[in-house]
Design a protein around this ligand. Structure first.
Ligand SMILES: Nc1ncnc2c1ncn2[C@@H]1O[C@H](COP(=O)(O)OP(=O)(O)O)[C@@H](O)[C@H]1O
Ligand SMILES: [Mg+2]
Length: 338
């Protein structure tokens, strides 16, 4: 179990002044600027959960992960990972966790990948039997065999990411931290990585905390998400609950036989809602109606249209998660959902 209790992190840097004169002035000035990157964040994560830690650029995601992994010490508050304080009990912590930062590698650049694994085996004191069993699983799930003997520097970004994941998991840690694991990868590779993460979580009940601003990662992997903005937690809950509270938009697209019959229709008026609660858009013969699911229901909208013309094809969409998250960044959460 992971317990994060009221952690904050301040970064202190010298105050900068503009221009050359400013640069010189800055050299002799003692003025400091305090940047609060993480501001009083608390949460608990149970064993075996996959939690998405999301937020826009600079929200404080990486800083939180660095405190949870022991790379940074919190300015205030405390974090416990299976009763271990990551910053203070570094050895115990290292046994418990695996970490992958999407933009860096922990592998030895010039060595064949296989040798990185041999070195990590020694570092983590993995027995020969465990090593064999583990490598069999990882090679299979992450498809490492094609490039296992190649120097790390010759690997593609996607191959390197798979290799890094394998390296982080060699000692079978209980907790896996992934900071932007799919950044810069193409769709197919993203898919592979996501599938591997899911399989690892299922096979070993590994707890996974991943930061991302790829909504696809969240939709594919996370049952729970924590959203942070400007260092503060603004949402913690299931993806379904979030969609339910925010994804209230519905869009019905209908290909109709006689568009002219409806082009003059005041659909909102007919259904008794305000014009902005029921918007119509045309694309050739296809009419799309966007409305709030709390105000109108799909059959009402459809029957109003079908009264006037035949509908040949129909498609119903929910508001996309990406849209919901954007909305939250823009406006914050409604008080009752926090
Ligand atoms: N070492 C540092 N020194 C000063 N400011 C930092 C440092 N690391 C991060 N920050 C600042 O803290 C904020 C949060 O950064 P970060 O945790 O990296 O965000 P995210 O990972 O969500 O993009 C940003 O404003 C960033 O500029
Ligand atoms: Mg980051």
């Amino acid at each position: 179990m992971i317990e994060v209790k009221h952690i904050s992190k301040d970064f202190i840097s010298p105050k900068k002044y503009p221009g050359l004169k400013g640069a010189i002035k800055g050299l002799f000035s003692n003025e400091k600027i305090v940047k609060r990157a993480v501001d009083d964040i608390s949460f608990t994560i149970r064993d075996g959960e996959i939690v998405g830690y999301i937020g826009s650029n600079g929200a404080g995601k990486s800083t939180t992960i660095k405190m949870m992994t022991g790379i940074l010490t919190p300015t205030a508050g405390e974090c416990l990972v299976n009763d271990v304080n990551p910053g203070k009990q570094r050895k115990e912590n290292a046994r418990n966790i695996g970490v992958v930062f999407g933009q860096r590698t922990q592998l030895w650049w010039d060595l064949p990948l296989s040798e990185s694994f041999t070195i990590l085996k020694e570092i983590y004191n993995v027995s020969d039997t465990d090593y064999r069993e583990r490598m069999e699983f990882l090679t299979d799930v992450l498809e490492l065999s094609d490039f296992f003997d190649r120097p790390v520097r010759t690997l593609s970004l996607g191959q390197r990411m798979r290799a890094d994941l394998g390296a982080a998991l060699l000692h079978n840690p209980k907790v896996l931290y992934l900071d932007e694991p799919t950044i810069g990868l193409d769709l197919v590779v993203k898919d592979n990585i996501r599938r591997a993460i899911r399989e690892i979580n299922e096979a070993y009940r590994t707890t996974v905390i991943l930061t991302t601003h790829d909504i696809g990662d969240i939709e594919e992997l996370c049952s729970r998400i924590i959203i942070i903005d400007e260092g503060r937690k603004i949402y913690d809950g299931s993806l379904e609950a979030l969609k339910d509270a925010y994804g209230t938009g519905r869009r019905v697209s209908m290909e109709v036989k006689k568009p002219d019959n409806i082009k003059t229709l005041d659909l909102a008026g007919k259904l008794g809602v305000l014009p902005e609660e029921c918007r119509m858009e045309w694309d050739q013969n296809t009419l799309s109606v966007t409305f709030d699911k709390h105000r109108l229901q799909v059959p009402q909208v459809m029957s109003a249209v079908m009264e006037l013309t035949e509908v040949q094809d129909i498609r119903i969409q929910e508001t996309e998660l990406a849209e919901i998250v954007k909305q939250i960044y823009r406006h914050g959460l409604a008080p009752e959902t926090v």
